[in-house]
Design a protein around this ligand. Structure first.
Ligand code: CP
Length: 358
């Protein structure tokens, strides 16, 4: 049986993405209509990394749909602490539930899980790689708040290197028409090469700057991000980077009246709390819209109403992914799988983490 897994939204055609956004919008207006649509279904949440919003909004979504939850948020209390492998854990959970949601610190974890699961797998964040359901939340938020997903100038500010929500959202927004990206970061935390390459190859317009002020008056959306302390190899570099960008009411005084400020949260110090009172700040609405987006995704996925093309990967025994954060580096059961690069026949992409292999 072909299962629909939600690992990377860039595999989604725009038609399927729009189905989720449209249903999320409908659910926002009246979610009681979908109550009981997941009755007798069990959602498993496997959180190997901390979470407040993603885990609890998935659980809330399933309860609102009349289903049930099982899962863990502390792997040290599971048999993993006795030496059980990640993939044996996946096989076990897939025997107990109907749908699983995974967050893991290693890149490609959800993709690997999808090869060992008999039920749909949803990626709830894999290291610094991707976070597709946050992207659905962000797209729904932009759609609700601006009534469009096209012709927008979107500024991303902060840790653009490690922010997986940024990477996923850029890829999806580039599918819509005439969006322009402004990347605001220090040189150390700039957007990864593979994302810049993705935008170049898709003819998407983007500009990089270190200044928070330079383009502020042009922005329709400002997407603020946290400096991801847990992804830094050196505390010294983290301390150099933190607090470089702090959004204040003064900083947005010149911005468009219609500007919307998003943040996937959690916030640390990058948005002054006084900004919360400004009508441009929509990040607390955004976390509520995350429940609607996840309800829509669950309903469509479980009722087989979305179709996701499966990317074709092939095994190469003599190649390895050189990304030290890739799950294929540590999981023995991970086959050495690669995909052909869409634009350059001399390059391969790791099937799990998308790392470029020359
Ligand atoms: N936005 C987000 O992923 O939040 P959590 O880490 O709290 O799930």
């Amino acid at each position: 049986m072909n299962l629909n897994h939600i690992v990377d939204l860039s595999e989604f055609p725009i038609t399927e993405l729009n189905k989720i956004i449209d249903l999320g919008y409908k659910i926002k207006k009246d979610y009681n209509f979908y109550f009981k649509s997941m009755e007798n279904n069990i959602l498993a949440t496997l959180f190997f990394e901390p979470s407040t919003r993603t885990m609890l909004s998935f659980e809330t979504a399933m309860i609102r749909l009349g289903g049930n939850n099982i899962g863990f948020d502390n792997p040290s209390k599971t048999s993993i602490s006795k030496g059980e492998s990640f993939t044996d854990t996946i096989k076990t959970i897939s025997a107990y539930s109907d749908l699983m949601v995974i967050r893991h610190s290693l890149e490609g974890a959800a993709k690997l899980a999808s090869y060992f699961s008999d039920i749909p797998v949803i990626n709830a964040g894999d290291g610094g790689h991707l976070h597709p359901t946050q992207t659905l939340t962000d797209l729904l938020t932009i759609y609700i708040e601006t009534k469009s997903l096209n012709n927008l100038v979107i500024g991303f500010c902060g840790d653009l290197k490690n922010g997986r929500t940024v990477h996923s959202l850029i890829k999806s927004l580039s599918l819509y028409k005439n969006n322009k990206f402004i990347f605001i970061s220090t040189d150390t935390l700039k957007i990864p090469k593979y994302i810049r390459r993705f935008l170049d190859q898709n003819n998407c317009s983007y500009t990089e700057t270190v200044s928070m002020d330079e383009y502020m008056n042009e922005l329709d959306i400002l997407y603020m991000t946290r400096i991801q302390k847990e992804r830094f190899e050196s505390k010294v570099i983290y301390n150099q980077e933190k607090d470089k960008y702090i959004l204040t009411t003064e900083k947005i005084s010149n911005s468009k009246k219609s500007l919307k400020i998003l943040h996937p949260l959690p916030r640390t110090n990058e948005i002054d709390i006084n900004v919360d009172l400004n009508e441009k700040a929509v990040y607390f609405k955004q976390l509520k819209y995350g429940v609607y987006a996840r309800m829509a995704l669950i309903v469509l996925l479980m009722h087989d109403n979305i179709t996701i093309p499966i990317s074709k990967a092939f095994e190469l025994e003599n190649k390895i992914c050189i990304n030290p954060k890739c799950i294929s580096q540590v999981e023995k059961s991970a086959k050495k799988l690669f995909k052909k690069d869409k634009f350059d026949k001399n390059i391969l992409n790791c099937d799990y983490c998308d790392y470029l292999i020359y």
